[in-house]
Design a protein around this ligand. Sequence first.
Ligand SMILES: *[C@@H]1O[C@H](CO)[C@@H](O)[C@H](O)[C@H]1NC(C)=O
Ligand SMILES: *[C@@H]1O[C@H](CO)[C@@H](O)[C@H](O)[C@H]1NC(C)=O
Length: 548
Amino acid sequence: MNQFSEFLLTPLFFSLSISYVIDGATALWCAAGAGHFDVVRLLLSHRANVNHTTITNSTPLRAACFDGRLDIVRFLVEHNADIRITNKYNNTCLMIAAYKGHADVVQFLLERGADPNAKAHCGATALHFAAEAGHLEIVKELVRCQANMVVNGHGMTPLKVAAESCKAEVVELLLEHADCDAKSRIEALELLGASFANDRENYDIQRTYHYLHMAMMERHRDPNNVIVKELLPAIEAYGGRSECRTMSDLEAIRVDRDALHMEGLMIRERVLGSDNIDVSHPIIYRGAVYADNMEFEQCIKLWLHALRLRQKGNRNTHKDLLRFAQVFSQMVHLKERVVAPSVEQVLSCSVLEIQRSMARVETATEAELPSALDNYESNVFTFLYLVCITTKTNCGEQDRARINKHIYDLIQMDPRSRDGASLLHLAISSSTPVDDFHTNDVCSFPSAQVTKLLLDCGAPVNAVDHEGNTPLHVIVQYNRPISDFLTLHAIIISLTPLDKSTTGVSEILLKTQMKMSLKCLAARAVRRHRITYRNQIPKTLEEFVEFH
Ligand SMILES: *[C@@H]1O[C@H](CO)[C@@H](O)[C@H](O)[C@H]1NC(C)=O
Ligand SMILES: *[C@@H]1O[C@H](CO)[C@@H](O)[C@H](O)[C@H]1NC(C)=O
């Protein structure tokens, strides 16, 4: 796998309350969730509590709804199970059955009076869950039972959710919903078409055109009362284009895939809003496809745009930053020109991300701490990859000054690994991990160039880690074959005060590299006790004794 588009992970749009460790589950809960009807019957006949909840407030009924076993669901309800108990996210039994696509269970719960308009903590209703997962029959059933078209916590209606996730049949059904006005119908069609243009699993450029065309017809249906688009200002990352306004604009790009892709991204940003959590992923995907085709400039523009949106929305951008280190590394490796201002902007975002990840560590609960620390440390490593890339980038004086300012800023924050290693320790340590998707073609540690750059930007040479070691202590323990001698030599020169001569450096090198052998001890004893040795031992050994 060396394609960026394959490297991307599909984001999780909804986090359901199902985790792998279930605390506080009774035998009944387990039997209901695992589909053992006979065991459920037996336990209930022995007066098991039908409403008992787990730590996350999940009931046996909820477990059976998740599993889709109507027989067990019915049996539990007939034994007075409470269908209104929600889990700790206020997520109802109806929602879980709707999301998992169990139409018969959904229908049964509705018959028994489940509220189709109950809202989960995230603001979603059962209709959102069914629409997002694309379960047409369930959407129909919910609508028949008066499920309303309301917005969730991200400002999305079920119609928008379906459009955003390319669920065309659900969209077409929901367009008929009584709560939809003309504008939201048009925007849903546009969003659906736009989503087909930039989704790895559902890419379908014909359908993009089809739905954009339908939407344009709707906008111009009444020539005296055209529903005009409220356009965003042109965004450079989208090629500085602006959205089609008329049917002839649209027809002009019918067979121009690139233009349709960009049209899709512009529409998504307009309809969803720049701060919507779902906006960035298709931008990143489109950038990855450019990178796969070696169109790096386009890729970087899109990724920078997505990075800014995500950082503005206060989202964790560690993966975004790492992706930049990877693509820049690939470019350096392929001898493609890396533009200094791009690296500079990414470096600046990286400093902000480290600042935020430091704060997340500070405020983390005990349960959150391990992942907060991992994230913080990974961000620091990514920063070092980026610094390493700047040493291989052609920079003008101004660019270099800006880059160095970011490095200086981070040094002032004094980030540390969990072993207490400072940036300088990490730059000279062979145990600093290097990402292996392109990055390791270009970056490795110890790195003399990164060390020198950090020192130039004010990294304190005498910082100590948790074991009391300065960077110099760490580097002199480095024992790799002599081919690395130059790196080692360069680093030690950088780390030791300027007035030390090269001989001084070699001396440190030799002293520290030399294993204290029996031969050495003997040589020292000869010197200490002034035993005569000249002309009494082989000439080569005389030099050896003198050295001690
Ligand atoms: C379970 O909840 C239902 C509805 O509130 C109630 O009627 C029933 O008595 C409860 N059963 C138990 C065992 O608590
Ligand atoms: C869950 O719903 C109840 C009312 O049914 C409400 O009081 C509570 O604030 C909700 N909790 C969350 C986390 O949304």
